[in-house]
Design a protein around this ligand. Structure first.
Ligand code: AP5
Length: 220
């Protein structure tokens, strides 16, 4: 088993890049944000508890995160290539992941630290719209759908995430700086961190990451 981590502030492009690396390079996408939204939709007790924190833009308690990640990872076999998006976000979560990987004899190959200026992050998130049916991402100005509010791909309804409003976005950025940026120092000291300027065109960003992972840009 091998693993990579996509680390970075809200709106850095973790989900967008993960989708490209999943389809182009066969990495399994493990997103704690997606798992929590799924738990909220299904009305599970963890989902209901997490919802309160997510609506404010605060981190969900480590105990909930560690339990959903352990559940998700128990099913993977030893040759899986895992890509963590939005996890870990605290030193405690990083310790849990490190322990889990070493028990499975797995290697943490790379931590990509995706970064972009705050004003760009805020404008990306304020304008983001997502298809309720197929999950494709749009942006009201940068990537608008042909018909307002309707997905080009499947005709589904587009919605704005509950935490994609300006005040909550600002809190998410504060929380990231306070609680998650310590991980940069941790992984830098471990010699696995690579800084990536994710304010650039997404094709350039993904191309650089594929080069670093030794994956062919054309055929994966
Ligand atoms: P989560 O769902 O992980 O959200 P996030 O980290 O805030 O990140 P986003 O999904 O908003 O942004 P992204 O970096 O994926 O950017 P994207 O590719 O979508 O977490 C949500 C909440 O869940 C947290 O606040 C917390 O409460 C809780 N949570 C989750 N994990 C947790 C954990 N481990 N511990 C505790 N709590 C946890 O891109 C954004 C927009 O920009 C899109 O519209 C996209 O099209 C556009 N875009 C992306 N890249 C580019 C580019 N290069 N050029 C132009 N546009 C771009």
């Amino acid at each position: 088993m091998k693993a990579i981590i996509l680390l970075g502030p809200p709106g850095a492009g973790k989900g967008t890049i993960a989708e490209r690396l999943r389809s182009g390079a066969g990495y399994i996408h493990v997103s704690t944000g997606d798992m929590l939204r799924e738990a909220i939709k299904s009305g599970t007790p963890s989902g209901m508890e997490a919802d309160v924190f997510m609506k404010r833009g605060d981190l969900v308690p480590d105990s909930i995160i560690i339990s959903i990640v352990e559940d998700r990872l128990s099913g993977f076999d030893s040759d899986a290539s895992l890509m963590f998006d939005g996890f870990p976000r605290t030193l405690k979560q990083a310790d849990m992941l490190g322990g889990m990987l070493s028990r499975k004899g797995a290697v943490l190959k790379r931590v990509f630290f995706l970064d972009a200026p705050d004003d760009l992050l805020v404008s990306r998130l304020c304008g983001r719209r997502i298809c309720r049916s197929c999950g494709v991402n749009y942006h009201v100005r940068n990537v608008p759908p042909k018909k307002t509010g309707i997905c080009d791909v499947c005709g589904g309804e587009l919605y704005q995430r509950a935490d994609d409003h300006e005040d909550t976005i600002k809190n998410r950025l504060e929380v990231y700086k306070r609680q998650t940026s310590d991980l940069i120092k941790r992984y830098e000291a471990d010699g696995v961190l690579l800084r990536v300027d994710s304010s650039r065109d997404v094709n350039e960003v993904v191309g650089d990451m594929m080069d670093d992972l030794g994956i062919c840009r054309c055929c994966g």
